[in-house]
Design a protein. Structure first.
Length: 205
């Protein structure tokens, strides 16, 4: 677990990534990550609010001042659990990329902005993204809202922007779950790559 004795340790995204990836948090059992983030953020002065999503499962919103910009991502992962391993090149384990590493980077970014005097930053951590997105649906009514939102999802290091469009589709998964952004590797947790309505490329874009 990351040291909470000083701001530098807390701001280190690698240290926080290690702590989050070490936790087993598949969809439906995300609370260990929410508990860790809430405790750390409270200790460095954030106001934190939990939003109940279902029994024993909460979204977490943290901010110091009413946010202008909100960083948002999710803390749940697809099964099965893959333990944390690390070498000189990378941190690996379930959620290291999708999306616990992103959560850690967002915390570090918010702290660096605060150190420079910009404290109008919100941090929104969601449950349920990998299966059903119930946390995201609940967060539509969660506030205070910022003027801008940056959503953290792996995009092969490409910046992606979307208009305000919502589409709801009911699909049935018939194979093993995998992150929806990598539907060419296995059946997606959010969509079946065999569906003719949702084309999936044969490899990374």
């Amino acid at each position: 677990m990351p040291s909470t004795g000083g701001a530098f340790a807390f701001m280190d995204p690698l240290e926080l990534t290690r702590a989050l990836v070490a936790l087993e948090t598949p969809t439906g059992s995300e609370q260990p990550a929410i508990d860790l983030l809430e405790g750390m953020l409270q200790r460095v002065g954030y106001h934190t609010v939990r939003q109940p999503v279902s029994r024993g499962r909460d979204n977490l919103y943290a901010y110091r001042e009413s946010p202008e910009l909100v960083f948002a991502t999710h803390v749940d992962t697809v099964p099965p659990y893959v333990p944390l391993v690390e070498d000189e090149v990378a941190i690996r384990g379930r959620g290291a990329c999708d999306a616990k590493g992103l959560a850690a980077a967002m915390v570090a970014a918010a702290e660096r902005l605060a150190a420079g005097g910009e404290r109008r930053i919100g941090l929104l951590f969601l449950v349920g993204e990998e299966n059903g997105s119930d946390g995201a649906r609940a967060a539509a009514d969660f506030g205070p809202r910022g003027r801008f939102l940056i959503n953290g999802e792996p995009t092969e290091n490409r910046l992606s922007s979307r208009p305000s469009v919502r589409q709801r589709t009911r699909l049935t998964r018939r194979r093993d779950p995998a992150p929806s952004r990598r539907c060419w590797t296995r059946s997606s947790a959010s969509a079946d790559s065999r569906s003719p309505r949702i084309p999936c490329s044969a490899g990374p874009p």
